[in-house]
Design a binder for this molecule. Structure first.
Ligand code: AMP
Ligand code: MG
Length: 356
């Protein structure tokens, strides 16, 4: 009898073990924030933890998007109103930290990434989504009147206050999404989640793996359907793309889009898209915007100064330019002329004032 009981116990233990080791199905969360639908996929996450993640990320991303959007009534918008009128504002610690990193990225990029393009972004109408697709581009005189764009380095920051030339309006649209993705990943980690991807409209950061496989993603074709390339994303990597297909309009056969060249006040002309792979999403985001503006001739020196080693740039002729580090691991999905591979980035000297 005792033997039978022991047998039943073992059977129960075995059943329990099997149930526990059953892989959890992936959980999909969708969070509307920052003008897009943020997709989150979680592996090895029980339903209660997934629900917690949905609530916490929902709040975090919504608040972040509201706080850091330059044009609404959030914290950055209020700071901008004060700055543009008086040139001075009080600054809480977390804002100083974020604006400070944006200023550092601007300096390293030689001003190609320059959040003080805010007034130009507004003049072009790219601050309100969707922009009226039939509205003509702004008048050339109105653009010229906003040049030169103030230098981010003219902004003085300490832990508690900020001083900037009057009229300064900081637009962190080229960087804040990356910061938000970094924060979302940190929050998932705090919840004990180890395998996840946070994808904000194609810009993403992954941790761990997709079950028994690595995360695999596609890089969007800037001139058609589907993906031009695919990539296995390693643990803790971010992939960010800046493209001229976003917030775009055609007027008299000319394409206009939302990434502005601070030198001219017009959309940067010679690039279709730039993809940057890096561990830090915020860094990858700002770098993709900077390299887009730097263009097919000058992006390697900006990449070197920013310390990003994995880059794909597609120029206006549809040619692919890549660092050797990315070329080694990317799979091209479409037929095209052989890519131009940059074997070694130049020495990481700062491209002083390249874009100012
Ligand atoms: P992204 O899609 O990350 O390249 O960001 C583009 C957004 O960044 C635009 O919608 C503007 O809000 C802002 N932006 C445009 N041009 C620049 C620039 N040269 N430097 C920094 N931010 C920019
Ligand atoms: Mg960006």
């Amino acid at each position: 009898m005792q033997q039978v009981r022991r047998g039943v116990c073992w059977l129960l233990v075995l059943l329990l073990m099997t149930a526990c080791s059953q892989p959890q199905p992936p959980r999909h969360l969708q969070i509307p924030a920052m003008g897009t639908l943020v997709d989150v996929v979680l592996y090895d996450t029980p339903p209660t933890q997934a629900k917690q993640a949905q609530v916490r990320l929902g709040r975090l991303l919504f608040d972040f998007g509201h706080d850091w959007w330059a044009w609404g009534d959030g914290r950055l918008a209020r700071l901008n109103q004060q700055l543009s009128q008086t040139g001075h504002a009080e600054l809480p610690d977390d804002m100083a930290d974020l604006i400070g990193e944006a200023r550092q990225l601007s300096r390293l990029s030689g001003g190609c990434f320059n959040p003080t393009v805010g007034p130009l972004v507004r003049l072009w109408g790219f601050h309100s989504a969707p922009r009226d697709p039939h509205a003509p581009p702004p008048d050339a005189h109105a653009i010229a009147a906003l040049l030169p764009v103030p230098d981010m380095q003219a902004i003085q920051l300490d832990r508690h206050s900020i001083n900037a030339p009057r009229g300064t309006w900081i637009d962190l649209g080229g960087y804040a999404k990356g910061r938000a993705v970094d924060l979302a990943i940190a929050e998932l980690r705090r919840l004990g989640i180890r395998n996840a991807i946070v994808n904000a409209g194609g810009d993403l950061r992954a941790i761990g793996s997709a079950g028994s496989r690595p995360w695999r993603i596609g890089i969007r074709n800037p001139r058609g359907e589907g993906a031009v390339a695919s990539l296995t994303v390693k643990d803790n990597e971010s992939v960010f793309t800046s493209g001229d297909y976003e917030r775009t309009f055609i007027y008299h056969d000319q394409r206009y889009h939302h990434i502005l060249d601070p030198r001219t006040g017009y959309p940067a002309q010679s690039t279709e898209s730039v993809t940057v792979v890096d561990t830090r999403a915020a860094w990858a985001d700002a770098a993709a915007t900077a390299l887009f503006v730097a263009g097919p001739e000058q992006w390697p020196q900006v990449a070197a100064a920013l310390g990003v080693k994995q880059v794909l740039l597609i120029d206006r002729q549809g040619r692919f330019h890549m660092t050797a580090d990315l070329a080694r691991r990317i799979r091209l999905e479409t037929a095209q002329p052989p890519p131009i591979i940059i074997q070694a980035l130049p020495a990481a000297a700062q491209p002083s004032n390249l874009c100012s």
